[in-house]
Structure formats: C-alpha cells, structure tokens
Design a protein around this ligand. Structure first.
Ligand SMILES: NC(=O)c1ccc[n+]([C@@H]2O[C@H](COP(=O)([O-])OP(=O)(O)OC[C@H]3O[C@@H](n4cnc5c(N)ncnc54)[C@H](OP(=O)(O)O)[C@@H]3O)[C@@H](O)[C@H]2O)c1
Length: 287
C-alpha cells in the first residue's frame, strides 16, 4: 500500500492519479475531506492528517508500506518540523520505504532560504531506519511561469537578481511521473536522483521563449537583490520575498544549472521541454 502526502496539491494529485492508473493500492493523505472531494476521484482511499500533528500522522501511516512524502511549504521552521514529524511517524508506523521530494540545491553554502530545510530532511532520512529514495527536483516550470513570467507580460520585462545563472526546469507532471516510477520499483535500496529538465536555460532564453509563446516582446534584466525584494514585498507575503530573492541568488551562483539524465533513466523518456511546457500551459489558460 502506497500513501501519498500533499495529495490535494498539484504534484501529489498527479502521483495519486498515476499510481492508481498503474493498478497500485494507493492512499491519499489529505488535510480535509472537503478539499479531497473536490480534487481527487471518489474511489481513492483517504487518510486525514496535518504535518503538524505527529500522532495523526502515525495513525495515517498505519499499515502503509511506502510513504511518498511531498515536501511541505511555507515558513522554513514550520516546514522543517513538518518533514521531521512525517519521517519520524513513517518509521514509527513501520513503513518500509520513504520517497521524498527534495531540491537540487541543498549545499551548506547556499544562500537559498529553503536549502537548510531540505538539508535537514535529507539528513534525517539518511539517519532513519527506513530506507529512502530522495528526488532532488529542479525548479518547476509552473513556478517560473506563475511567479515570474505571467507578471512580465504586461511590462515586457522580467527583472530578477539571477545574473546570468541558468536553470533546467522540470514540470510538476514530470516530477510526478518520476515519483510514480520510483514507487512502482521493487528495488527499495536508498538512492538519490536528481530530476531536472534536459536543458539549462538562462533568463534571457526563458523570457524569449515566453515572448514567442504569447506573441509579445519580453526581455530579461538582471537586477539587484534589493530592487527585487522591494518589488516582491509589494506582491507577496513573508517569507516569499526572502525565499524568492535568495533562490535567485542561488541561481546566480550556478546552483540550479545542473542537467541530469536521471529522469530519462527512471521513466524511459525525455522530460517535457520548457518550450513545450509553455505551449501546453498557455493554451490551457486560453481554453
Ligand atoms: N521545485 C520547485 O520549483 C518548487 C516550487 C514550489 C514548491 N515546491 C515544493 O513542492 C511541493 C509540491 O508542490 P505542489 O505544486 O504540489 O504544491 P501545492 O499544490 O501547493 O500542494 C501542497 C500540498 O501540501 C499540503 N500541505 C500543506 N501544508 C500541509 C500540512 N501542514 N499538513 C499536511 N499537508 C499539507 C497541501 O494541502 P492543502 O490542499 O490542504 O493545502 C497540498 O496538498 C510544495 O509543497 C513545495 O514544498 C517546489
């Protein structure tokens, strides 16, 4: 039996759908039945728990062989606690394998706000009695589109403190496909996979692709962290201005430029290109 956390979210929902269609016995962990009813097929078995509630997590994981732990989001100290609670509960409940969605940049010198959070989770998994597979994911294509490119369409300019750093974006559906392949694999020995797109693009190339897709001129201008933080503070609540600007600092340091073929090895096909993702996403928005 495979339990997927964050099952009402984009990645978790896609993992549940893929595992169910492959015929696996899949259970969705959700925070509320109402939201589950809105976004999951009614035949999917549910367990209700919040990452904050250690005993609810332990009850939710009872009888589960494999836990797919989709990373939590929000304030860094809360997210760190959520991952710790879930890893501890999976071990206490007797799970035999944990799959965790980490990030490519967990380096101790990284400026990224969330790097210590993911480093902590990876350390806990390495020390845990339950074997785990860690998928270090690149930046999601959807994140780049929704948080950066959409807002650049009107002004025709994307200003980020990312310098000439490159990223190899991967779509959430492809992340879900990689997770489903790992969950379906009978080899449960500990592993770390790096799941990225197959091309590292700089933001000049990313904005040019976007401009081509939406038939507008969009350019990239590298800016200072202070300039971006002022802009982001007007748009987003804490901790996002800090999280996004330190993410850009990490990108500028080249920490997101790695291209890995782990996705192709896991799934037997190449990841969706960023250009194809943009066409798919913008045509879905227009429809
Ligand atoms: N690599 C990247 O570029 C990137 C970008 C953004 C995020 N991420 C990470 O990837 C994860 C998955 O992405 P996504 O797009 O699927 O996110 P999403 O759509 O926001 O889904 C997040 C899921 O986590 C659940 N959740 C949040 N807090 C919880 C808590 N305290 N207890 C139990 N469940 C909780 C949410 O439940 P509700 O539906 O009840 O809220 C939802 O099901 C994110 O959570 C974040 O850690 C990565």
């Amino acid at each position: 039996m495979i339990l997927v956390t964050g099952a009402t979210g984009h990645v978790g929902r896609a993992v549940v759908g893929r595992l169910a269609s492959l015929g696996h016995d899949v259970v969705a962990m959700v925070r509320g039945r109402q939201i589950a009813a809105e976004c999951l097929p009614s035949e999917i078995a549910l367990r209700v728990a919040d990452y904050e509630d250690a005993s609810a997590l332990k009850r939710a994981f009872a009888g589960i062989d494999e836990v797919v732990l989709i990373s939590s989001d929000g304030d860094a100290s809360a997210v760190m606690r959520h991952h710790a609670n879930a890893i501890e509960a999976a071990a206490a409940a007797g799970a035999r394998h944990i799959i965790f969605t980490s990030i490519v940049d967990v380096d101790g010198r990284s400026p990224f706000y969330f790097a210590p959070v993911y480093r902590d989770a990876e350390r806990r998994l390495a020390a845990c009695s339950v074997p785990s597979t860690i998928l270090r994911c690149g930046l999601y294509c959807e994140f780049i589109l929704e948080y950066w490119l959409f807002s650049s369409q009107t002004s025709g300019e994307l200003a980020l403190p990312a310098g000439d750093g490159r990223v190899a974006p991967i779509s959430r559906d492809d992340v879900a496909a990689a997770i489903a392949m790992v969950a379906a694999d009978s080899d449960k020995s500990p592993k770390i996979h790096t799941v990225t797109g197959d091309l590292a693009l700089d933001f000049g190339e990313i904005t040019a692709s976007y401009g081509e897709t939406v038939a507008r001129q969009v350019g990239y201008r590298p800016c200072s962290i202070d300039e971006y933080q002022a802009l982001a503070s007007a748009q987003f609540d804490d901790p996002w201005p800090c999280a996004f600007s330190t993410l850009c600092a990490s990108i500028a340091e080249g920490r997101y430029s790695r291209v890995s073929d782990d996705f192709a090895v896991l799934t037997g096909r190449g990841p969706e290109s960023f250009q194809d993702f943009l066409r798919r996403a913008t045509s879905a928005t227009e429809a």
